[in-house]
Design a protein around this ligand. Structure first.
Ligand code: 5GP
Length: 188
């Protein structure tokens, strides 16, 4: 999407070889108007698929997932990285390696927010190695629900996330696809 690409070019900061910092409008401060446009576009892309719920992974996927769910008129569910003591219910869990934080966590979903009738769209901010998204897919499949696709704001195509997902038969939609970082510049 032009809107997102332009914003990345204006405000994105390339860190090292493979990290894009977008704290000013996605990861720390959030541009709500931009998130709504991205959510609307995401919903339009997947509208024909009969989606029953939008899932996201806390915390940076929440904003775009919220607007995607709003425009699909379905509930949004947040997959937790840390299990709260308040979550006194049965859960599905799977271990995921975090790309930016170099640790792993138990992705967790209360069993009462998924059923085998659900057809689920996963929305996240970035697709890099695909660990977060494939973890979400594993959880959904453990619950015998189905995956409609994975929608991300930003995909780094030089990392293997898309191929990991597509090799499992999962449709991927990225609103901005970054081909490379060259001398600190983003190349789409
Ligand atoms: P993956 O599991 O696909 O390797 O990484 C996905 C997660 O790592 C995203 O949810 C995002 O939070 C984080 N991430 C991966 N690459 C980047 C990046 O270049 N910039 C930022 N800000 N986050 C990233």
């Amino acid at each position: 999407m032009k809107l997102l690409e332009e914003r990345i070019l204006q405000e994105g900061i390339v860190l090292g070889q493979d990290i894009l910092k977008v704290d000013g409008f996605i990861n720390h401060q959030i541009d709500i108007g931009l998130m709504e446009e991205l959510g609307k576009d995401m919903a339009e892309h997947f509208r024909a698929q009969g989606i029953t719920k939008v899932f996201t992974i806390e915390s940076s996927g929440i904003a775009p997932a919220l607007f995607t769910a709003k425009y699909l008129n379905v509930p949004m569910v947040i997959l937790k990285k840390q299990v709260s003591k308040n979550l006194r219910t049965e859960v599905w869990q799977t271990e995921v390696a975090s790309y930016t934080k170099d640790v792993s966590y138990e992705l967790t979903l209360a069993k009462n927010y998924i059923s085998d009738m659900d057809h689920i769209l996963i929305v996240d901010d970035f697709l890099a190695n695909g660990e977060a998204a494939t973890g979400a897919v594993r959880l959904i499949r453990k619950a015998h629900a189905t995956v409609a696709g994975v929608g991300v704001l930003i995909e780094k195509v030089f990392q293997p996330g898309r191929s990991k997902l597509e090799s499992q038969g999962i449709q991927v939609y990225a609103q901005a696809s970054i081909r490379a970082f060259e001398n600190g510049q983003v190349i789409f």
